[in-house]
Design a protein around this ligand. Sequence first.
Ligand code: ATP
Ligand code: MG
Length: 463
Amino acid sequence: MARVKSDMSLPRERLRLRHRLLPRTLFGRSLLIITVPVILLQVIVAFIFFDRHWESTSNRLVFALAAEISYIANQLQEAESSAERDKIAATASHSLGVTVVLSSSAQDISHQRADDPFARYSWFSVGPKLEEELDRRLDSPFVVRPYERDKWFVVDVQYAPGEVMSVLSHERRLVSSTTYIFILWLIGSAFILFSIAILFMRNQIRPILRLAVAAEKLGRGQDVPDFRPVGAMEIRKAAAAFIRMKERLRRQIEQRTLMLAGVSHDLRTPLTRMKLQAALALPGSDAEALKQDIAEMEQMVNGYLAFAKGEGDEPTSMADIAEIIQRVSANAARLGHTIHFDINGNPVDRRLLAKVRPVAIERAISNVVGNATTFGKNIWINAQYLDDDIEIIIDDDGPGILPADREVVFRPFYRLEKSRNKKTGGVGLGLSITQDIVHNHGGEIVLADSPRGGLRVILRLPV
Ligand SMILES: Nc1ncnc2c1ncn2[C@@H]1O[C@H](COP(=O)(O)OP(=O)(O)OP(=O)(O)O)[C@@H](O)[C@H]1O
Ligand SMILES: [Mg+2]
């Protein structure tokens, strides 16, 4: 069993690792798509260059220098007088581009061990190559050692017992100097390529970002001004589809709203007539019941109208949620309820600013506070910033709603059985309107148990 489990989790693990290694943004990924092949190509080019060009050039240089040194050593060995040897050294220095210095030494140079003067080319083993080549050509002991001047080196050859010639030479004689230019050229061209790629990519990514922002705004129910689709064809297509979708959505909502508003409005006229007639009818229990029914219907119609209005195209604007809460509570307080506040706004002006449709948000909050006043006596309102949201918590000390019922109460026209009495009479639209409004703002509404005994309603609105 455990085996099966680990086998199944393996691809997911691998996937997660890949996700962590890959850049998250499209920009990063596109750049990677360009960068990786270019770097790969450059590495291959560099490798071929070093392998073919640089190595063979250096080999030839090493070969030439070793040949010269062995030639001079041979000449010196064959010379009969020290004057002749001095002459050979002078001629060599003059015509071979090296400095030859002759000296006498009591010590055998083969016992000396010198540092590799080409340590910084160790990856290419210039030193060992030169030694190998000299070894092949010279019978005499020799040593290659660094010189006190940077980039110069010395080859000491003991061409005769006690006689040493020191050949001073520049690194240039062994190491091809175009290498650095080539590497610089590689890096430079890569840099130019990346700069151009970054510039182009930025311009390609911008319309996608703009589309994402527009979609996010639309989801929150905020106004999205029409924009001109730009960028690559696919992005332009997506943007055009988004604009069409936005238009269709707007039309659909408008139609629904208009219909609901129309029906409600039309119902009001006969209702007013009925109210009048009921008032004129003879007093009696029947008439009372009729009046009750009419009042209830009027309340419903008003509810529908409010519902329709909430969906209207109210523009979004910066509003202070703290102020809205205070206004709503003032109305509730007028009806004789006690409201306890705890609003933690901005530390400077104590406001809770958010881009919302203020009238709709006021309706949403007032629906919840209205329920709290209907079902409880005391109300506690707590509001604050929480991450990127504004959180509003409304508690009451009423009967609360059982966890099982916390989903159904959001359905339009749904009311809990036990509250079907005149005192708490409502249409059953309040919470569904509130949910609609909150969702349209990209927020959420949660019902919970209140520590005060009743219901706790949590509203979260993105700032
Ligand atoms: N604070 C609360 N405490 C207890 N029950 C509640 C509370 N708020 C809502 N409910 C229950 O949820 C039901 C639905 O509430 P909702 O606000 O949608 O409708 P309503 O208040 O009955 O009518 P309306 O708000 O449209 O006038 C209510 O009928 C009630 O049973
Ligand atoms: Mg209600």
